[in-house]
Design a protein around this ligand. Structure first.
Ligand code: M6R
Length: 595
């Protein structure tokens, strides 16, 4: 998730230190490249590269940059590898406009081709540059700057926030489409950013523009206009009173809760990205033709792979083998060849177990592709191509938004394999938000009820089986209680003997599996278990289970995705009630680069 910051002042000053400090305060969003541009006596000074803020600032002496307007950007690569040329900000063809964005322009590839055909100088693969040329196109046609921006907005599809300035102008302009933007008003300056932390130490007086609005920033005032008709919009400033820590957590007490609530938005952005990705079609073709298809990962990423395998079979009749990465080496690598395809799944792209499996697969000539959140990570570089998960930085050690975006990617690929219309998936983000709204208070009450137990089970069937495994992993990871995830039908083959009065058993159920789940519920209920069922509203489940945590009605595949949300919330609340920090559970690390 990139971050941008723009600053306009009424006097020429040392902007470098202001831009570096703002960039530092955006680093928690995750990034691989840093850039800064200032506008000084009608000239643009642009310095940028891959690396940490401190490294790039030192290498290019950003601290010495002066001017009256400045832009800094932290890039988290999605379009184009992390490199100096793909770093932001970007110039237009003549070098007299400079701009940067955060988010994704999903028709980037088509627009770049159009701009090159129109004779513009396109230097990078990055979609931030596309935003600049989108404005340049209309300037070349003779439009006023603000109208050129309005027209560019219409051409740039996706979710993003963009800031741009011209060498011969005393203002900056910014617009917002589906991604965060905050404007700050200070003494003798104004600023704009992707979010509050970069602004707060400068001013607590802010305006929050909405999607479809353009902001013009002068040093002493700002103007908000509608993209649609160019008319002025009255947006009054508000005073922010929260602490910096609370602001970084988006007002949530922990990053995990913030990330749980970001899931709908990142799913929305991912779906847009997949619609525009040139890598999807070749990957689907390879998957179709593969002799065997392996989905390889560890921990939460393995669970997402396992959901994916169910989706591929149920929707497209394509068998896939989900496998834990180290076991792939022992069980499958000796038998694979160039006719086989592997998709390696990882949030970090640095998990050693996954990279070892990749190496073993490549030795045997298997076609290897990736699915990773951290673009520029080893996995993204070592595979033929790697689809980005598009989640931004996941700070909390327990994976939440990266899991759901892995599952959404697999569902998208299953639709493509089946020749189904992926437009149907656009409903998912709203259903995710609806689920969180519906289950919130009930899950908190259940957490309170069962929190004295240090042992429990989480059961599922079909697409909800890996969801039960994932729920159990989350519970173990941050409550330190033992929770075993299992296929519901297996419970009677042994674990049933563990049940005693009040013993908590969670069921994640699909709409087509209700009769089967009811048998499972009654098997344990008659032996005293407390049964908590996560499923769509169903009178039979309500009559049989102790608690029904109702999900919005949908198909079995999306139902499985939604079912993980209450389990994430349950583990979060139980962890907090136990006095633990869910973001940083003991003994664990976010990235496991050891065998
Ligand atoms: O970065 P990866 O997805 O490769 O990490 C794999 C596991 O270590 C990870 O999913 C782990 O299980 C999660 N922290 C669980 O929430």
């Amino acid at each position: 998730m990139c971050g941008i910051f723009g600053y306009v002042t009424d006097k020429e000053e040392a902007l470098g230190p202001i831009l570096i400090a703002a960039a530092e305060r955006l680093t928690y969003r995750g990034y691989d490249s840093v850039g800064a541009a200032t506008i000084h006596h009608g000239k643009i000074d642009l310095r940028k590269d891959t690396g940490k803020v401190g490294e790039v600032a030192a290498k290019y002496n950003i601290a010495e940059m002066r001017g009256q307007r400045g832009i800094t950007q932290l890039r988290w690569a999605t379009f184009g590898e992390p490199s100096q040329v793909n770093s932001q900000p970007h110039l237009d063809s003549d070098g007299d406009m400079v701009g940067a964005h955060n988010g994704n322009v999903v028709n980037n590839v088509e627009l770049r081709e159009q701009f090159m055909a129109e004779g513009m100088t396109v230097r990078s693969q990055n979609d931030g540059e596309t935003c600049v040329h989108a404005v340049e196109r209309y300037i070349n046609k003779g439009y006023q700057f603000i109208d050129a921006i309005r027209l560019a907005y219409g051409d740039l599809q996706g979710d993003y926030t963009f800031v741009i300035g011209r060498a011969d102008d005393d203002k900056l302009y910014a617009f917002k489409k589906g991604s965060g933007m905050v404007v700050g008003l200070g003494e003798g300056f104004t600023c704009v950013s992707s979010d509050l932390p970069s602004i707060l130490p400068l001013t607590r007086n802010v305006i929050r523009p909405q999607d479809g609005e353009i902001v013009t920033l002068w040093a002493d005032r700002v103007e908000v206009r509608s993209v649609k008709d160019g008319k002025l919009i009255d947006r009054q400033p508000e005073l922010v009173t929260e602490t910096m820590d609370a602001v970084q957590k988006g007002g949530y007490p922990h990053f995990m809760l913030k990330e749980i609530h970001e899931q709908a938005q990142v799913a929305r952005e991912l779906l847009h990205l997949l619609d525009g990705s040139p890598d999807v079609a070749p990957l689907v073709e390879k998957m179709k033709k593969a002799r065997h298809l392996y989905l390889i990962g560890c921990g939460t990423s393995y669970h997402a792979a396992s959901v994916g395998a169910v989706y591929f079979a149920q929707l497209a009749g394509r068998a896939a083998i989900p496998v834990l990465a180290p076991q792939f080496i022992a069980q499958y690598a000796p038998a694979v060849g160039h006719e086989d395809v592997g998709i390696f799944v990882s949030q970090s792209g640095e998990t050693k177990d996954v990279l070892n499996a990749l190496e073993a697969a490549e030795k045997h000539g298997m076609a290897c592709f990736g699915l990773a959140n951290v673009v520029g990570s080893t996995l993204t570089k070592a595979t033929s191509f790697c689809l980005p998960l598009c989640c931004g930085y996941e700070i909390s050690v327990p994976a939440t938004k990266t899991f759901t975006n892995q599952v959404v990617t697999f569902l998208y690929l299953a639709y493509r394999l089946a020749g189904k219309d992926t437009a149907e998936l656009a409903r998912i983000p709203d259903l995710m938000d609806q689920t969180l709204d519906m289950v919130g208070p009930q899950i908190e009450a259940i957490a309170k009820d069962i929190n004295t137990w240090n042992d429990m089970y989480c059961l599922g069937y079909g697409a909800t089986y890996p969801i039960a495994l994932e729920g159990a992993l989350k519970l173990k990871e941050i409550t330190y209680a033992h929770c075993e995830g299992m296929l519901s039908t297996e419970f009677k083959h042994g674990p049933l003997s563990a049940v005693s009065q009040g013993y908590p058993i969670l069921f994640a159920a699909g709409p087509e599996d209700v009769p089967l789940i009811i048998s499972g519920i009654n098997e344990v209920k008659v032996r005293g278990a407390r049964t908590i069922v996560i499923a769509q509203e169903d009178p039979r489940l309500r009559a049989n289970g102790d608690d029904l945590v109702a999900l919005p009605p949908t198909d079995p595949q999306v139902n499985a995705l939604l079912a993980v949300l209450p389990l994430q919330l349950l583990s979060y609340h139980m962890s907090v009630m136990r006095g633990f920090d869910p973001d940083f559970p003991r003994n664990l690390s976010k990235t496991l680069t050891v065998d």
